[in-house]
Design a protein around this ligand. Structure first.
Ligand code: GDP
Ligand code: MN
Length: 388
């Protein structure tokens, strides 16, 4: 689950990481109230969306006087941002963060994430903050250091020394930097984050280190341990299919292609994606109906797959173990009839009660083709999607 910057900054503060004073507004009236309560003479206003690159996209604005704040807030609230991070559909900001501007001496990059290859949390740091880290990694990878740290979320002194050296921090600043990084590592571990990125972490003209921006993503599998974060979920920031799937407690992943996929089990989902690619197609999404799904749940899952406008053919690939093939067939047929489906549907069924499942599909008078094996099913789906 991704958090908004303002949500992340509240958490950073609890861990003792300095952030500029801020408030959040979802209307012009609230923006005025924030400005008044913080006694702002000038302000930085930033759209709150689950994507970075807001500065370049016009989502970060400076108000030089307090009078400018309402006008800027009006322009930013409801703003739609479209960039390479958002996809073509873009994301709409419902809120704006309003903060006391900071005089920047220098911008740094600092983040914590899990390095899956080394199976350890790592701190990633660079003295060149502000810009996109992906770009820096391409052009000057030597300017980025990666420091593995323990699952206790504690950095050792040699690790802090390495960090200070990379950042060019000395004396008092090295001390502040060590505290900052230590708190960041602790915050990362204790919130069960998959990413905590501060870009930029800035040295102010006054000599302080503050988190000017914050991106925090929590591992979904650990959310049950964080009931305090449950109201951070913002369905407006994910695709409507993802929101529907979360609501129905189904696993759904959106992709860029045009073949919708209904599968059972994550392993079979991976195999289905691979074989579609192998035959020259591209998946639009996949939905894992899970083990004990009912007909209604299958129908809901299938509705989600079909509501994705990119879908030009659907591949249903089920190996019924715990799952009964007839249940799948009933659910799919129900959803397809209700939605007056025009796209071709290719079905490959195997396992428990497969004969009954096939019989139901054949008798359904839908545009359904059944395939005997996965390779044939994938080829039929790729061809159908190409024909449109
Ligand atoms: P992003 O573009 O989505 O990553 O948004 P950021 O919050 O990182 O803001 C983009 C850029 O705006 C930062 O890298 C800073 O250069 C600038 N910026 C943001 N807040 C302030 C501020 O308080 N003072 C100054 N001088 N610049 C700021
Ligand atoms: Mn940033």
């Amino acid at each position: 689950m991704n958090l908004h910057e303002f949500q992340a900054k509240k958490i950073l503060r609890q861990f003792g990481i300095p952030v500029p004073e801020f408030g959040v507004a979802s209307s012009v009236e609230e923006a005025k109230q924030v400005a008044a309560s913080l006694h702002l003479k000038e302000a930085v206003l930033k759209i709150q969306v689950h994507a970075g690159g807001r500065g370049k996209a016009g989502g970060v604005k400076f108000a030089k006087t307090v009078e400018e704040i309402p006008g800027i807030a009006r322009a930013l609230i409801g703003m739609k941002m479209v960039n390479e991070q958002t996809g073509l559909a873009g994301v709409v900001a419902r809120q704006v963060l309003i903060s006391r501007p900071v005089d920047i001496e220098k911008e740094f990059y600092l983040s914590a994430l899990i390095d899956r290859n080394q199976a350890t949390p790592v701190l990633i740091a660079s003295a060149e903050g502000g810009m996109e880290i992906e770009e820096l990694a391409r052009t000057s990878p030597e300017k980025i250091v990666t420091i593995p740290f323990s699952f206790e979320g504690k950095l050792r002194s040699y690790q802090l020394l390495r960090l200070a050296k990379c950042m060019g921090w000395k004396g008092e600043l090295a001390k502040k930097g060590a505290q900052f990084a230590q708190a960041l590592a602790k915050c990362f571990i204790e919130t069960d984050a998959s990413l905590l990125e501060i870009n930029p972490c800035v040295l102010t003209k006054g000599g302080d280190l503050v988190a000017l921006d914050a991106k925090l993503a929590i591992d979904d599998n650990a959310l049950y341990r964080h009931p305090e974060l449950s109201d951070c979920y913002d369905p407006t920031q994910v695709s409507s299919q993802e929101a529907m799937a979360k609501e129905a407690d189904l696993a759904y992943i959106a992709m860029q292609g045009d073949i919708g996929c209904g599968v059972k089990g994550a392993g079979l989902a991976m195999a289905t994606m691979d074989i579609i690619q192998y035959f020259g197609g591209a998946p639009a999404n996949f939905l894992d109906v899970g083990g004990g799904a009912t007909k209604e749940k299958v129908a809901e899952g299938f509705r989600i797959v079909l509501s994705d406008q990119k879908v030009r053919a659907v591949l249903i690939n089920i190996f019924g173990g715990i799952m009964n093939c007839a249940t799948i067939a009933e659910g799919v047929i129900h959803a397809a009839k209700e939605q007056k489906i025009a796209v071709p549907i290719i079905v490959r069924l195997e396992g428990t009660n497969v004969e009954e499942g096939k019989r139901l599909f054949q008798g359904s008078h839908l545009k359904i083709q059944t395939a005997d094996d996965l390779a044939q099913a994938a080829q039929l789906a790729v061809q159908a999607a190409k024909r449109g």
